[in-house]
Design a protein around this ligand. Sequence first.
Ligand code: ADP
Length: 489
Amino acid sequence: MTEKLNVLYAAFEAVPFIKTGGLGDVAGTLPGALKKAGYDVRVILPKLQSIPQTYRDEMARVIEFQMPLGWRNSFCGIDKLEQGGITYYFIENEYYFMRENPYGYYDDGERIAFFSKAVTESLLHLPDFKCDILHCNDWHTALSPVFLREFYKGIPLYDEVKTVFTVHNIKFQGQYSDFMLGDVLGFSGIPAAEDQLRIGDGAINYMKGALLYSDVLTTVSPSYAEELKDPFYGEGLDGLFRHRGTVFSGIMNGIDTEVYNPKTDEMIEANFSLEDLSGKAQCKAALQKELGLEEDAELPLVVMIGRLTEQKGLELVKRVLPEILSAGVQMAVLGTGDRPYEEMLRHVELEHPGRFSAQICFDEELSHRMYAGADMLLMPSLFEPCGLAQMIAMAYGTLPVVRETGGLRDSVILYNKETGEGNGFSFRNYNAHEMMFTLLNGADVFKNNKADWNKLIIQAMRADFSWGKAAEQYRCIYENLHRGFKEEL
Ligand code: ADP
């Protein structure tokens, strides 16, 4: 039977307030699914400047307090806002959070430490909420379980809190000079914390703290959970994932199937559904026109949507992009990221007018039009914890072409020429030509085997990426943890 547990879900971004990537999607949708499972789930976020004013206007101040952080005594305000049936708390500190961008400042280590500490401290102050489970996400909240054990132990309210930590991307860990230990974190003279945060001479690692101090660890797909135990993917922390293997598992993310729904999406040219796919052709024609691509329904249109970084396979794309374009394929990329990749893509656009479009920006609405209008989505990631773009694409009947890693491996079923089964195309090795041949194989099916192509579209749209399954798995984790706590008493 479901117990009524109270969960505080801590993240640095969540839709609809702030999103720079998949974490924002997850933190904005999973809590709703957990609420449906019967929990009181509340979300705690930083009150960042980039949160739209309309939301800021609706927030109400709950409490203000001073909080020690190393030698500092910092102001901390907590605002509250109800949105979509969920209570959101926003931690305010103008000095740390009223900046143009969410990330990318010289003192991010201090800003993040402040946020993590404020999350833990807030448990003392939130009215009408007694936390059973503190669920932290990525390095921005990695220190919360560490602070909880080191500074708040012995306070009955905290002794009953169990902690879950989810890794969304191991690449970002929060590594800093060990000067931070005393100056910012206030851990000097606490040998356990010093030892467990240290990663070598003169350096500390926030994520390492979470991996050692949290009661349960999860990541965002079963394959990534296995990969993290491997030195190739583990970014120096693979030993810890192996060490804590009994409390570590992978739970596949879902997507917001109400937002990403071609039947009701108001951002796309024409709606379509499994019952009537005709609108998809209109979406493609409109997209080709909008992006200045040759307006030809018979040319396979491939899109990429995401951060332009090495992780997303841009090295492979760079190597064979002109070859792909000259093989009768149109491509459009939407993304921002590393400057050399942005420049490379702009250059290719100049050299291949009508064939290639580089949209170097972050544009939510354009992303919907691209998901809906494309035939294929290319995602040749070097590593991919879960990946949402491939699932969103499938919801719009756009077939993914992916490397078999992490969540891409867990969500895309390779097309089987013999049986017509599958919902996309995939390749194994991080190799540019393997990627190209897989993509061109997809283009060949598109051009010469319409029967299979249409079947694949339907199979992709039928795949269930809703949050129900994941919510059920988190429910099991929370309840086992809570039950364990009761047994300890
Ligand atoms: P990651 O979290 O590694 O960045 P994911 O595939 O998990 O990648 O999630 C990325 C999310 O951000 C998707 O919802 C994708 O549509 C969106 N996104 C990424 N780049 C852009 C962009 N330039 N414009 C609009 N949406 C974007």
